[in-house]
Design a protein around this ligand. Structure first.
Ligand code: AP5
Length: 214
């Protein structure tokens, strides 16, 4: 499959993307996860991105596009990809469109995950994430607690993300409304947007699979 998951912070993009990877071997590509790995590794890219991320601002388009041009041409993308958190601006969407036509790749559709604001606020303040960059399993202190604070998959400590202070979360939601929500209309005009009321991730995954099977 070749799809984009669009949705506010906490809409469940990461959760849904991970569940979808067993469908046909498509890879999850989360720009947020890639950036957090760069921050942890202390690379130049990570140092530059960290300032923006901690405030809840978007990392500049040029940095993201350079990163994604390379990533989308890696061999594991041939089977398909699930874009999680990218594109995030109209400029990124236009650049992605140009890149995909150069690579002669067509998107199946853009899945717009719709979740009420009060639900995402609650989810983000209660989310915890595996600290192992290669794992990054998502937990939640209410709905999926990590036993003993350790990841069930790899045993690494499960932590709260640096951008999960209340101020940063509110800023990320505003940034979403201003910069990313316009992509809903952008892709609707292209005729490839599909809306999913995403309260249950498992149901959303089933609905996306049905849409893929046509
Ligand atoms: P990123 O990591 O992409 O963060 P985000 O979009 O804010 O998305 P989240 O990871 O917070 O939420 P999610 O929708 O994946 O939800 P999840 O499944 O985890 O980006 C972080 C930062 O990186 C950005 O702020 C920006 O600075 C930068 N960045 C990244 N990409 C960029 C780009 N393209 N351009 C520029 N900058 C970029 O679920 C959340 C919680 O809800 C969890 O606790 C989970 O357990 C729970 N949950 C999920 N689904 C359900 C459900 N159905 N029922 C109950 N609980 C649920």
């Amino acid at each position: 499959m070749r799809i984009i998951l669009l949705g506010a912070p906490g809409a469940g993009k990461g959760t849904v993307a991970k569940l979808l990877t067993d469908f046909d071997g498509s890879v999850q590509i989360s720009t947020g996860d890639i950036l957090r790995s760069e921050v942890r590794a202390g690379t130049d890219l990570g140092k530059e991105a960290k300032e923006y991320m901690d405030r809840g601002d978007l990392v500049p388009d040029a940095i993201i596009m350079k990163m994604m041009e390379g990533r989308l041409q890696e061999p594991d993308c041939r089977k398909g990809f699930i874009l999680d958190g990218f594109p995030r601006t109209i400029q990124q969407a236009k650049n992605l469109g140009e890149l995909l036509s150069r690579l002669q790749v067509r998107l199946d559709f853009v899945a717009n995950l719709e979740v009420p604001r009060e639900v995402v606020l609650d989810r983000l303040t209660t989310r915890r994430t595996c600290s192992n960059p290669a794992c990054q399993e998502i937990y939640n202190i209410k709905t999926k607690p990590a036993p003993g604070g350790k990841c069930e998959k790899c045993g690494s400590p499960v932590v709260q993300r640096d951008d999960e202070t209340e101020a940063a979360i509110l800023h990320r939601l505003d940034t979403y409304t201003k910069k990313t929500a316009p992509l809903v209309d952008f892709y609707r005009k292209e005729g490839i947007l599909r809306d999913f009321v995403s309260v249950s991730s498992a149901e959303t995954v089933q609905a996306i699979k049905r849409e893929l099977l046509g």
